[in-house]
Design a protein around this ligand. Structure first.
Ligand SMILES: [Fe+2]
Ligand SMILES: [Fe+2]
Length: 277
C-alpha cells in the first residue's frame, strides 16, 4: 500500500466550529479537542520517521515514508486552519496547542530516536483505530456539517492508507526482538494514558469556554458517543488490545475495502475546490 499525498482544501465554515457535529456541541468540542493535537503531533511523527528514512535499504519503503510525510504535512495544514477557526471563535485553541508543542519538543530532546519512533507508531495505531471506527461506522459522524465531516473523512482515509508506514520503519530499523516489542508495547500504554488525559482536559476547557455547550442533552449525547453500546471506545477497545500481540502488524486489521471510495472522494473535493476558487 503506497500512500498518496493529496493537496486538498476544506472550506470549513468558521461560524460552525462550535456546533458542526450532528450530536451537538459537546461532541463537537471532543472532536475539536482532538484537532488541537494534530498539527504538532503530526510534525513529531514526521520528525521521528524522517530520521530513519535515509537508513532504509528498501526504496519502496523510502517512497512510502516520503508519501507519509506529505500526507501528515497536509493534515497539519488543514487542522491548523481548523484550529484557527476555533481561536477566532474565542476558544483557547492557541494556549492549548502551545502546550502540546512544548511537550513534544521536550520529548524530542529527552527521548532516544527509537523511543520517539515507538511513541509515533503507538499514536499512529490510536489514530488508525479511531479512523477505522469513523469510516466503518458513519453513524459516529452522521448529521454533521458536510465540510467538517469531509475533512475528518479525508484524514481518516489517509490515516488508514498510511497506517503501517511508521510501523514498518520501526520493524526494519529498531527491530522485532524482545526489546523492540517492549518499547512498542510500553509506548502504547504510556502514549494512550497521556493522550487520553490531555484530550479529557482539553475537551473540558473547550466546553467551559462555550457557554452554549452546557446542556444536559448534549452531555448525554457525549456519553453515548464515547461510552455507548455503539460508542467510540467500544469500537476501538479490541483493536487497541491487538497491538500487544507479539506478531502484530497494522494490516492484520484488513480494512483496505474502506479505501475503495478514496478516488471518488478526492475527485469530489477537487471539484468543490474548483467551484470555490
Ligand atoms: Fe494525520
Ligand atoms: Fe498518521
Amino acid at each position: 500500500m503506497l500512500p498518496i499525498r493529496r493537496d486538498l482544501h476544506f472550506s470549513i465554515d468558521p461560524a460552525r466550529v462550535c456546533d458542526w457535529h450532528g450530536r451537538g456541541r459537546i461532541v463537537t468540542h471532543f472532536m475539536n479537542a482532538l484537532s488541537l493535537f494534530f498539527p504538532d503531533g503530526e510534525r513529531f511523527f514526521i520528525h521521528s520517521v524522517r530520521y530513519y528514512r535515509e537508513r532504509l535499504a528498501d526504496p519502496e519503503l523510502r517512497d512510502a515514508v516520503t508519501a507519509f510525510i506529505g500526507q501528515e504535512a497536509m493534515h497539519g495544514r488543514e487542522h491548523t486552519a481548523y484550529n484557527g477557526a476555533m481561536a477566532a471563535a474565542g476558544l483557547p485553541a492557541e494556549p492549548l496547542q502551545r502546550r502540546v508543542a512544548a511537550l513534544l519538543e521536550q520529548l524530542k530532546v529527552i527521548l532516544p530516536a527509537p523511543t520517539q519512533l515507538g511513541i509515533t507508531i503507538a499514536l499512529e495505531h490510536l489514530t488508525a483505530i479511531m479512523a477505522n471506527a469513523l469510516l466503518a461506522h458513519p453513524d459516529l459522524i452522521e448529521g454533521s456539517d458536510p465540510n467538517y465531516s469531509a475533512l475528518w473523512r479525508w484524514h481518516a482515509l489517509e490515516e488508514t492508507e498510511h497506517k503501517a508506514v511508521a510501523f514498518d520503519v520501526y520493524e526494519r530499523t529498531v527491530g522485532t526482538g524482545a526489546t523492540a516489542y517492549a518499547v512498542r508495547a510500553s509506548s502504547l500504554v504510556v502514549a494512550s494514558t497521556i493522550f487520553a488525559a490531555l484530550v479529557f482536559a482539553y475537551h473540558l476547557r473547550l466546553v467551559a469556554a462555550d457557554p452554549k455547550a452546557r446542556k444536559v442533552r448534549d452531555g448525554l449525547r457525549m456519553v453515548g458517543f464515547l461510552y455507548g453500546r455503539k460508542g467510540l471506545l467500544r469500537r476501538i477497545a479490541g483493536p487497541w488490545l491487538d497491538y500487544f500481540r507479539p506478531g502484530f502488524h497494522p494490516w492484520q486489521h484488513d480494512n483496505r475495502a474502506l479505501l475503495d471510495e478514496i478516488d471518488a472522494f478526492t475527485a469530489r473535493i477537487e471539484r468543490e475546490m474548483l467551484t470555490a476558487a
